[in-house]
Design a protein around this ligand. Structure first.
Ligand code: ATP
Ligand code: MN
Length: 460
């Protein structure tokens, strides 16, 4: 059957042509002679109006069509005499796929985002969540396009990992053992030899270590997949399951790494402005009047690059009452990151963090105190990217692993990358949902992923 989606219809100027459209009823309004039905099919935020003459349809049929129902309308596409739309459909034939009774929860407009989270199965049918889902799609596509156009290969990193050495966060165990009656060793500990993989396995917290293996052959690769962290942090910026993009580049140093991060983020913001303006305008008007300004500002900005040490100096000089006193050697808190972004009024990249607060694999600087880490801090969301140049020197890496008491044996394959044809290399992790928070202006990460996974919450 020939059908046209709402997006195409609203653009069309081929009047007095018969069209078929399918979608869900957003609102129905009666007047004396006609019924106005606003239909949406998700192809665009706007609805198309179907106009049904009362005497052309059985009364029962028109009465049964209410908000939430799913229908097909055949009719003439005409120039709309009314305000608010350029075209409308004069209905000739209406068929019903599914009715929705008065218990359909999205009757009126203006539900809170909190309420919508409780009906995650229906919330895609709202303007807000529909807009966010289209933007999320565009960003995912833009990410693949950016990397493809810049010579990167897409690497599928494993979701189940046997290495617990990544150290990026608490992990979710993967097991087929009977939790009520697990096999035990003589000393009473659980015998994982009998588990599915014959060893302890977990859901991945990062695909970086695997990406490094591929970068040592294909030069430029990226992962883009689900990532799991069992941190019990119930914040508006953390999910237990989120999507991470992790490029890894051979022959790139920390400065090249920053260039990629900055170029990609600006490309993506521009991509959103170029491709999602209807949805962004809706979110701007509905939730955050600064959204479009902020996106345009970042698109045209040059990110400020400072060292951690310079950052701490700025924080101390600010003479401000922070909850956590800024002090060299301590991790930057959210309030510190916010202050630095406000200070420069643009995205900030912070490099050369103290080695004590960063991961074992980061390249050690000559000073013996800092490592070549880089965090990208954004206005509004804070940390959006964490990355580094990697330690490519075998002796330095193994010394660090021993110093930190990490399981050296299990890291044999990661270490071998430094034994056979090692090369300087760098990479970073971008949290997709943090990017979507920034681009949509939403304030809670639970609203930018279709089915959020957070502590005590996996209903849908
Ligand atoms: P944070 O300090 O914000 O908790 P992190 O330093 O633990 O993040 P990294 O290990 O550097 O995070 O991960 C790289 C990126 O992945 C982060 O910059 C962020 O964009 C994203 N990210 C990390 N943890 C989460 C999470 N729990 N939920 C959503 N995104 C996350
Ligand atoms: Mn980080």
């Amino acid at each position: 059957m020939k059908r046209t989606n709402v997006k195409e219809l609203l653009k069309s100027t081929e009047y007095d042509k018969e069209v078929t459209v399918q979608g869900w009823v957003r609102t129905k309004r009666d007047s004396k002679q006609v019924v106005f039905i606003a239909l949406n099919d998700g192809s665009i935020i706007h609805n198309i109006q179907a106009v049904a003459a009362i005497d052309a349809f059985p009364e029962e049929l028109l009465k049964s069509i209410t908000t939430g129902a799913c229908v097909q309308v055949k009719g003439m596409l005409v120039k709309s005499p009314g305000q608010g739309q350029s075209v409308e459909i004069q209905a000739k034939e209406i068929s019903i796929y599914g009715l929705a009774d008065e218990t359909f929860p999205l009757q009126k407009k203006g539900h809170t985002l909190e309420f919508l989270r409780e009906i995650a199965h229906l919330r895609p049918r709202t303007n807000t969540i529909g807009a966010i889902m289209r933007i999320r799609h565009a960003m995912a596509y833009g990410i693949h396009k950016y990397f493809n156009d810049n010579g990167f290969y897409y690497l599928h990193a494993p979701v189940i990992t046997g290495s617990d050495a990544e150290g990026a966060g608490e992990m979710f165990r993967v097991t087929t053992l009977d939790l009520n009656n697990p096999p035990k060793n003589e000393d009473g500990s659980i015998n994982y030899n009998e588990d599915f993989f014959g060893k302890e396995t977990n859901l991945t917290v990062s695909g970086q270590l695997e990406a490094e293996t591929a970068a040592m052959a294909l030069s430029k690769v990226y992962t883009f997949g689900p990532t799991f962290r069992a941190e019990n942090s119930n914040t508006p910026r953390h999910l237990a399951e989120f999507w991470m993009i992790e490029p890894e580049m051979a022959f790139y140093d920390i400065n090249d790494n920053m260039d990629v991060a900055e170029d990609m983020l600006k490309y993506l913001v521009k991509y959103a402005l170029d491709n999602c303006l209807d949805d962004l305008t809706f979110l701007n008007n509905m939730y955050d009047k600064e959204l479009l300004n902020r996106l345009n500002m970042v698109k045209d900005s040059t990110f400020k690059r400072i060292t951690y040490t310079e950052g701490v100096d700025i924080l101390i000089a600010a003479n401000k009452k922070f909850e956590f006193k800024p002090e060299w050697g301590k991790d930057l808190q959210k309030e510190h990151e916010n202050h630095l972004v406000d200070h420069f009024k643009c995205p900030v990249i912070i490099t050369d963090y103290p080695r004590g607060i960063k991961a074992f694999y980061m390249k050690q600087n000559e000073d013996g105190k800092t490592v070549r880490a880089m965090d990208v801090l954004f206005p509004y969301v804070g940390e959006i990217i964490g990355g580094s140049q990697r330690e490519e020197n075998y002796d330095k890496l193994i010394a660090r692993i021993r110093e930190m008491g990490l399981p050296e044996k299990e890291m044999w394959w990661y270490l071998e990358l430094r034994k056979f044809g090692t090369a300087p290399h760098s990479g970073f992790g971008l949290g997709l949902e943090r990017l979507i928070l920034f681009v949509t202006g939403m304030t809670n990460i639970r609203d930018v992923i279709p089915f959020p996974r957070t502590p005590k919450n996996a209903e849908f």
